[in-house]
Design a protein around this ligand. Structure first.
Ligand code: GDG
Length: 487
């Protein structure tokens, strides 16, 4: 059996977003490469496959959606030293139905168990199919024998099978970044939709989820919807099998650990601590979304302030909400609710010299994010549902001082791994209030004990290990292909 290091010639990534953002400058359009987890993982994976970044002939190809406003640009404008982007342009109405409609108004709420927010619309499903077909067209023009195609996330569930039909011997990986819900939720989808979606994913050779729960849910849907045999971690078709496994995504541990000690971060941290007059700091940062549990978190903090007047004037909750989808009614509604609650709490408990909540609706520069990760005493991360949640992992990796307390929702995928966090249920206001008190009162020895365990885990399970494991799963798949019966 060939090892994965030599099995593939090139890595082709497909995700809704490209690894760049485009910025208009006086000289034209400039590509700014994103520095998120997926980009780091892809780079490490390409290196392992022998695709060296200093070799211009082996840049990494990335297929992703692009605004038609950039359609006039020459293809050379979509390249930097590392990536060649293959922009997928599509009709605006198709994009709206595919992205805002089917992806964000149906799959996102449904798969996060917010069933009443889900909107079922036949034309959105048509647009989802058309959009996945547009990705296929772009991708098939690119695929060569020996390529590994790695498709990402819920916007592209149909694509693996579309590729399989077009190029039967293609090697395809698929990773799902949000929760995969239990079958009772999948059953809410019209019968044909659920069949097409599950079959779509199974076009891949290796399918990855964050947790074993999501894997089990997916397997249950496969057996209910398509009645296919499942042997261990493999789903068996007559001519091939699909490996389905958990691959908990992670972060670049060393980057966060190192950045936390950089002079600019140290300076920003000291400034923040001085501005907050040495009060203890609770910190949270999330995109504006109903899944993030921001209002329940505020209710927990309010209960804590009611029950613990001794903490008044001694603690500040720095809460950053990053703007997202705020043209949409539901999102405007939660923003209004958050801002009303913040105003009420600050009005009830605050004084001339003390603001209980320092709230901002904006995104933080990386240095400021690092300053807050390392300045805070408690990170309060309370999603109602989250596939993984990288913020909590970044917080832990930043704490080279082995101080700080992580309060983490049991409904985040990360809670399966970070067992030394103070684990709470975000809808239990009293539990959140108690956890805040426990976190603020925790002895340095106890903080250190918990941090050491969590940091060790993340050091051993970083983003590079994630991509390594995903790639290695193809060995498993290849090794098993000829002798399906022997398992
Ligand atoms: C999906 C799943 C899963 C946030 N605010 C700022 C900022 N961030 C960065 C964080 C972190 C990332 O954004 C958010 O990561 P999450 O994991 O929380 O969520 P998503 O990426 O939105 O979504 C999720 C993930 O995919 C990976 O599979 O964990 O469950 O929903 O990296 O640092 N960065 C800066 N300023 C901010 O204000 N610089």
């Amino acid at each position: 059996m060939k090892s994965f290091e030599s099995s593939f010639k090139r890595l082709l990534i497909v995700s809704y977003r490209l690894p760049f953002t485009f910025q208009q400058t006086d000289e034209g359009v400039e590509l700014v490469q994103n520095s998120g987890g997926l980009v780091s993982a892809v780079l490490s994976m390409a290196e392992r496959m022998g695709q060296r970044q200093d070799d211009v002939t082996s840049k990494i190809h990335w297929v992703g959606h692009c605004d038609p406003a950039f359609q006039h640009m020459d293809s050379s404008a979509f390249e930097n030293d590392t990536f060649i982007a293959h922009p997928v342009f599509m009709d605006k109405a198709v994009h709206k139905g595919f992205y805002e409609g089917f992806s964000n108004d149906l799959i996102w709420p449904l798969f996060h168990y917010f069933t009443s927010y889900a909107s079922f619309n036949e034309s959105d499903f048509d647009n989802y199919q058309q959009a996945n077909t547009r990705f296929l067209e772009e991708l098939t023009a690119l695929i060569e024998p020996g390529d590994l195609v790695w498709i990402h996330d819920f916007q592209l569930m149909l694509l693996p099978d579309m590729v399989r039909q077009a190029i039967p011997d293609a090697t395809i990986g698929y990773f799902f970044h949000i929760p995969f819900p239990n079958y009772e939720i999948i059953k809410l989808l019209p019968r044909t939709w659920r069949q097409v979606l599950i079959k779509g994913i199974l076009g891949a050779d290796v399918v990855g989820f964050h947790t074993t729960d999501y894997v089990q849910h997916f397997m249950q849907s496969v057996s209910e919807v398509l009645t296919l045999p499942i042997i261990g971690q493999r789903i068996v078709f007559p001519e091939r099998s699909v490996v389905v496994r958990d691959f908990p995504i992670s972060i670049d541990f060393n980057k966060f650990n190192r950045s936390a000690q950089e002079p600019a971060v140290v300076e920003a941290r000291q400034q923040d601590q001085a501005l907050l007059r040495g009060t203890k700091i609770i910190f949270s940062v999330d995109r504006l979304d109903y899944t993030k549990g921001i209002t329940s978190r505020l209710q927990g903090y309010e209960r804590f302030l009611i029950q613990h007047p001794e903490w008044h004037d001694k603690v500040t909750f720095v809460m950053t909400v990053v703007p997202s989808r705020d043209q949409i009614g539901q999102y405007q509604e939660i923003k209004r609710e958050i801002e009303e609650t913040v105003g009420r709490i600050n009005g009830l408990f605050g004084s001339i010299g003390w603001r209980p909540i320092v709230y901002s609706y904006s995104s933080l520069a990386f240095t400021e994010l690092m300053a807050l990760y390392t300045a805070c005493d408690v990170a309060l991360i309370t999603p109602i549902r989250d596939g993984m949640n990288l913020v909590c992992k970044e917080f832990v990796a930043s704490r080279y001082d082995q101080r700080g307390v992580l309060i983490l929702s049991e409904l985040a995928g990360a809670a399966q791994e970070l067992r030394d966090a103070v684990i709470i249920n975000p809808t239990d206001t009293q539990e959140v209030a108690d956890a805040i008190r426990q976190g603020l009162d925790m002895t340095p020895q106890e903080q250190e004990r918990r941090m050491i365990h969590m940091r060790k885990h993340l050091q051993n399970h970083d983003i590079f290990r994630w991509s390594y494991n995903f790639l290695a799963a193809f060995d498993d798949m290849m090794g098993h292909q000829p002798d399906l019966e022997t398992d």
